[in-house]
Write a protein that binds this ligand. Structure first.
Ligand code: 9YT
Length: 132
């Protein structure tokens, strides 16, 4: 059994600074669950282009307000506490935070540890593992 706290993970290499966001990756590939689980904060007044070509992601909004726009069709979906969005088609999107948004994120395949968005807004499959 694995038990961790957000606070413990924040004070470890699992705490990643992404510029427009920070992410505490509480479960990683090395934990052998088949997915990774992150508590991500999207910062207020930011727009982040994202296109996870190598991963599927589900994102649940715990707090804050924002919106997501799918690039293919220009549709805009509001995000508020209780909203779940699921990138089941590797959807290219723009993520906007109107206030700081705390999000619970699940990735399949699991992230390894220190991934940062590349210029397409994707994560490569060749990141370096982190421990702790
Ligand atoms: C919602 C989203 O994908 N934000 C970017 C960071 C990502 N959740 C991560 O790396 O944890």
């Amino acid at each position: 059994m694995i038990v961790r706290t957000l606070k413990d993970c924040e004070n470890s290499p699992r705490n990643i600074d992404g510029g427009n966001w920070k992410s505490v990756r509480m479960l990683l590939r090395e934990d052998n669950m088949g997915f990774s689980f992150h508590i991500t904060t999207i910062f207020a007044n930011t727009e982040t282009p994202i296109w996870y070509q190598n991963h599927l992601e589900s994102v649940y909004c715990i707090s804050g307000e924002g919106e997501i726009e799918t690039v293919a069709d220009g549709k805009v979906y509001p995000i508020q506490p209780g909203t779940l969005y699921v990138l089941d088609k590797h959807d290219q999107h723009l993520l906007r935070g109107f206030s700081d948004m705390q999000m619970a994120c699940v990735f399949n395949p699991p992230l390894i540890g220190n991934e940062q968005h590349n210029q397409d807004g994707a994560y490569e499959l060749s990141a370096e593992p982190v421990t702790g």
